[in-house]
Design a protein around this ligand. Structure first.
Ligand SMILES: *Cc1c(COP(=O)(O)O)cnc(C)c1O
Length: 231
C-alpha cells in the first residue's frame, strides 16, 4: 500500500500527463475523463484517492463494487469494466454510472429486462475486440452494426460509445493501431442512425498506454496501477 502522498502525487502526475497528451493532440482536456481503476484496492486506499480529489472510479467485479461503493462518499461515480456475468446483473442499481463491457446479446437482453423491472436505463459502452484476439472479450468490429441495431428494441439500455482493451504484449505501434481502429469504427458508425445509440465516448487506454489512447481520441481512460501501484 502506498502512503497518502504517494497516491496524491501519482494522481497529479497522471493528470499532468493527460493535459500534455491532450495538448499534443490539440484536444480539449475537459473531454478526457480519468477513471481510477480501484479493483483489489482496499477502501482506505480509495479514500486516499478521494482525498486527492478523484471522484470517478472503476471496478471489475460486482461483488467488490457492492462492498466498496456504500463505504465511499455519495459523490463518487462508479463505472464497471471487465466481463459482466448475466447472473450478476440483478445486483446492479442506479449507482452504476456506466457499464463498459456490453459484449454480447444475452447481456443486452438481461440488462434491458432488469432495467425495465427496476426503472433504470443503463448507460453502456459496447466492447470491441479491436485486436481480434480470440482470448479476449468483445465483439469483432464487423459484428458491431448488427448489435447496435438491436439496441432499438431495448428501451432500458443506452449505448454511449465504444470500449476496447489493447492486447497483452503488443508493441506501442500495434496498440495505437487498435485504438485508431476503435475511433475509425466509431466515426464510420456515426454516419448511420441507430436508435438508442449515441457514440460520443471512447473508453480506451490503461496505465501503459493512456497517452496513446488520448492521441487517438479516448474520452475515458482507465488507469489503475499508475495511480495505486501494483495490485
Ligand atoms: C484492471 C483494468 C484496467 C486498469 O489497468 P492498469 O494497467 O492497472 O492501469 C483498465 N481496464 C480494465 C478493463 C481493467 O480490467
Amino acid at each position: 500500500m502506498l502512503a497518502r502522498a504517494g497516491i496524491e502525487q501519482r494522481l497529479t502526475e497522471v493528470r499532468q500527463r493527460i493535459t500534455q497528451a491532450a495538448a499534443r493532440s490539440k484536444r480539449d482536456p475537459s473531454r478526457i475523463r480519468l477513471l481510477a481503476v480501484s479493483k483489489i484496492q482496499p477502501i482506505s486506499v480509495i479514500e486516499e484517492a478521494y482525498g486527492a480529489g478523484q471522484r470517478v472510479f472503476a471496478e471489475n467485479r460486482v461483488q467488490e463494487w457492492l462492498e466498496k461503493a456504500p463505504a465511499l462518499p455519495d459523490d463518487c461515480q462508479w463505472h464497471l469494466v471487465g466481463r459482466l456475468q448475466t447472473n450478476k446483473v440483478k445486483y446492479l442499481d442506479q449507482n452504476v454510472a456506466m457499464i463498459h463491457s456490453l459484449d454480447r446479446f444475452p447481456l443486452l437482453e438481461t440488462l434491458n429486462a432488469q432495467g425495465e423491472r427496476r426503472g433504470i436505463v443503463w448507460a453502456t459502452l459496447v466492447q470491441v475486440n479491436t485486436a481480434r484476439d480470440p482470448a479476449k472479450a468483445g465483439l469483432m468490429p464487423e459484428e458491431v452494426p448488427d448489435f447496435l441495431s438491436s439496441v432499438r428494441e431495448c428501451s432500458h439500455v443506452r449505448v454511449q460509445g465504444l470500449m476496447t482493451i489493447g492486447a497483452l504484449g503488443a508493441s506501442a505501434t500495434e496498440t495505437q493501431g487498435f485504438f485508431r481502429r476503435l475511433r475509425e469504427l466509431r466515426d464510420t458508425l456515426q454516419s448511420r442512425v441507430f436508435p438508442g445509440v449515441d457514440l460520443q465516448e471512447l473508453s480506451m487506454g490503461m496505465s501503459q498506454d493512456f497517452e496513446l489512447a488520448i492521441e487517438e481520441g479516448a474520452t475515458l481512460i482507465r488507469v489503475g496501477t499508475q495511480i495505486f501501484g501494483k495490485r
